[in-house]
Design a protein around this ligand. Structure first.
Ligand SMILES: [Ca+2]
Ligand SMILES: [Ca+2]
Length: 727
């Protein structure tokens, strides 16, 4: 457990370990502050293995159990390894991928995933976790069954592995094209040798991504003695029956002999995979690739340099920053016409991960948004949860709208505003996923549609984002139309229970009603209860004030959310509801903006207390340090932004509201230079902001503008012991 409190400034403070606050030219290794295993226990579901920022390859171990807590292929509690796969999800609540899985072995093996109770049932081995090394861009672990040490590193599109074998006449590298992630199954595979040092092929699978295609080209450092294709079964898909294969490249090894293999992947073709390999990794210098990967991480991590005496907090911060850069992942070849990304967990990431991109990676944000617009060209609407060329339609609402509109109002360079607006409007005017009912009734009737309140309220947030984008683009009529539509949530706001409550087509309320009830995927809500959904209105603060009748009563009810009993009732309570303070649920996304309502309502001290409570309880320096799924960067992005002292709670807004700066100093690299943040006097007593200055001038508001952040300069929080409102 992390020491309570971020302000324990003991004897260490004199020698306060600076993680930067750089002087020019300092080349500090920030990767040493990243513990990639934070969130690999509990329900964090983070990826553990080697990758580069936003890379196409996430190369790491995959275990036998592939139930919910193994969505990333890895769980702290389990050391079985079926092989090292070249793609993994990070932090998601559903599993897929684990494509192109390599396993170094000795002797004859059974070509199957196998079960832990019977080692002969598969080729899996235990990993010796006591000797595991896991850091940004590098992973290594000994496999106890074979006496082989597996090491791996990566470029963007090529995974490089190095296996150290014992003496064996029957050493081999098995390429497993059968096993994929969790509920995925391969429906067509191909593998063939090219000469005596290379193999190529593909793996097509159906799972969360209904039709996922991945091609590969692999080269070994040594010629293999023989190469064998092992068909294990056939699968029928779309009327065609195809083979499911393993490949085995065999070697004779003396003790300590090393075999390296590089595997390039492509979403397009074997030929493109080969070109990716030639372009990114022509040589065999393993150490150089490890050091390049670390350097790539350092380049991104050094965009934020913090100064804090709290070593745990520093590790939590840089690990969070690292976790915001696993996905969205690259989804194009080196010579592709456009830079495309995938793994868009947008219901999660529109809230903080995508806004963080607009601050730290505006150039990537443009490519990410342009990819989303291309997806809209392709499927007729912006992505909801896009995975490897497939729309999974996972989760509720139209979250792609919010991310695109956010980039529009912030004028992120490199985005065609007309094209963006066209995609936004087409998506917002769609009839799919309950939008037809919403048009007909003004809200989604709860007797006609599952998770009605959740769908509608998320659509209303997207409408708020539409109104903001329309207004920014001077489209007055559209702005008025979407603003009106963004009020649809008001149909659910029940004066009697003071909660967002399901409403039927005839206008009557959902009865019986229990705001503590959760039944996963079968109530009016999605992964939550009425308590959280009542506050899922980041787009209409004024409307909430109107509903409660006064700011005092609004605040009283907001307090009640954090004071309510944390009980959850129901037969099948959603496991996503974790990290509770009262009925505030930090472990899941619908709550993420709520604390910042206090700042909005002139109570920044309350926001500060709660934000600090969240830091202490739900971001800890241990494997179970995250409260719920990491969710493709969202949980981490909340921390990264909040710890700098501000957060963007409103959809498609340029306002970042103040909360609780976690560090004495921070420097953020922005296009305009450096934003130097100082929390003057911050300690365990002086934990409240009493005044904010920007470039020496007092700010008489509770937020900083996006343009002010991006211009760089000096942002000073003057801290004090009393909660006050300075605006
Ligand atoms: Ca798949
Ligand atoms: Ca979640």
């Amino acid at each position: 457990m992390r020491n309570k409190g971020i302000f324990i400034i003991g004897v260490m403070s004199a020698m306060a370990l600076l993680a930067g606050c750089s002087t020019s030219g300092s080349k500090e290794d920030l990767t040493k502050y990243v513990d990639v295993k934070i969130g690999s226990g509990g329900h964090g579901h983070v990826f553990v293995g080697a990758s580069v920022p936003f890379g196409a390859v996430q190369l790491g171990p995959t275990s036998i159990p592939q139930t919910w807590d193994w969505c990333s292929g890895y769980h702290e509690s389990d050391s079985t390894v079926i092989g090292f796969s070249h793609t993994h999800l990070s932090g998601t609540g559903i599993g897929d991928l684990f494509d192109i899985t390599l396993m170094p072995v000795t002797g004859e093996v059974t070509y199957a995933r196998g079960v832990e109770a019977d080692p002969a049932s598969g080729l899996w081995s235990y990993a010796d976790r006591s000797r595991e090394v896991a850091k940004p861009g590098y992973y290594s672990v000994p496999l106890t069954r074979y006496g082989i040490t597996a090491e791996m590193t990566s470029t963007c599109r090529v995974g490089l592995s190095r296996y150290t074998f014992p003496a064996s006449e029957e050493a081999a590298v098995v390429i497993d094209l059968e096993n994929g992630g969790c509920w995925d199954s391969a429906y067509n595979t191909s593998i063939e040798a090219v000469g005596d040092k290379a193999v190529q092929g593909f793996r097509f699978s159906s799972g969360w991504a209904k039709n996922q295609k991945i091609f590969f080209y692999a080269e070994f450092s040594e010629p293999f003695e023989s190469f064998e294709v092992i068909p294990v079964k056939e699968r029928t898909f779309a009327g065609q029956t195809n083979p499911i294969n393993y490949g085995r490249a065999s070697f004779k090894t003396a003790d300590g002999d090393q075999v390296m293999v590089k595997v390039a992947i492509s979403p397009v073709s074997v030929e493109n995979a080969r070109r990716n390999l030639e372009a990114e990794l022509p040589g065999w210098d393993f150490e150089a690739v490890v050091s390049d990967a670390a350097e790539a991480w350092n380049a991104e991590l050094s965009k934020v340099k913090i100064q804090t005496p709290d070593a745990d907090m520093r590790t939590v911060f840089y690990t969070a920053l690292y976790h915001t850069m696993i996905v969205p992942s690259t989804f194009c070849d080196v010579d592709s016409e456009s830079i495309d990304y995938t793994t868009y967990s947008l219901w999660d990431t529109y809230r903080a991960e995508m806004p963080l991109m607009t601050v730290l990676h505006p150039e990537r944000e443009a490519d990410m948004v342009n990819t989303m617009i291309r997806i809209c060209d392709d499927q007729g609407r912006l992505p909801v949860w896009h995975l490897m060329g497939n729309e999974t339609d996972c989760m509720v609402g139209n979250p792609g709208i919010i991310a695109v509109a956010d980039a529009v109002v912030k004028e992120v360079p490199g985005i065609d505003k007309d094209k963006a607006w066209e995609a936004l409007k087409t998506t917002a005017m769609g009839d799919d996923r309950g939008q037809d009912l919403r048009k007909q009734y003004g809200y989604i009737p709860s007797d006609l549609f599952n998770q009605s309140v959740a769908y509608d309220m998320e659509y209303a947030i997207a409408d708020g984002a539409m109104a903001a984008a329309a207004e920014f683009l001077g489209k007055t009529e559209d702005a008025a139309y979407f603003k009106e539509r963004s009020h649809s949530y008001r149909y659910y706001m029940d004066k009697e229970t003071l909660q967002a409550r399901g409403r039927l087509a005839d206008g009557s309320w959902r009865t019986p009603f229990n705001p503590y009830n959760s039944s996963h995927e079968v109530t009016d809500y999605c992964e939550g209860t009425a308590w959280q959904y009542t506050w899922l209105v980041p787009q209409d603060y004024e409307g909430l004030l109107e509903f409660y009748g006064s700011k005092e009563f609004f605040l009283e009810r907001l307090d009640s959310l954090f004071l309510a009993d944390s009980t959850l009732e129901g037969d099948n309570v959603s496991s996503d509801i974790t990290g509770l303070i009262g009925q505030y649920v930090h472990g899941n996304e619908p709550s993420h903006h709520i604390i910042y309502f206090y700042t909005r309502a002139g109570k920044p001290g309350k926001a500060a207390d709660l934000v600090r409570q969240v830091y202490d309880e739900f971001y800890q320096n241990n494997t179970e340090g995250l409260a719920g799924n990491e969710d493709a960067g969202q949980m981490s992005a909340w921390f990264v932004l909040s710890s700098l002292g501000f957060y963007e709670p409103e959809p498609a807004s340029t306002r970042f509201w103040f909360g609780a700066p976690a560090f004495e100093k921070a420097e953020v690299k922005v296009p305009g230079g450096i934003l130097r943040i100082e929390a003057e006097g911050l300690d365990s007593t002086n934990k409240y902001i009493r005044e904010v200055t920007l470039n020496g001038k007092k700010l008489d508001r509770g937020y900083i503008e996006y343009s002010e952040i991006m211009a760089g300069g000096d942002l000073v929080y003057k801290m004090g012991p009393e909660p006050v409102c300075w605006y």
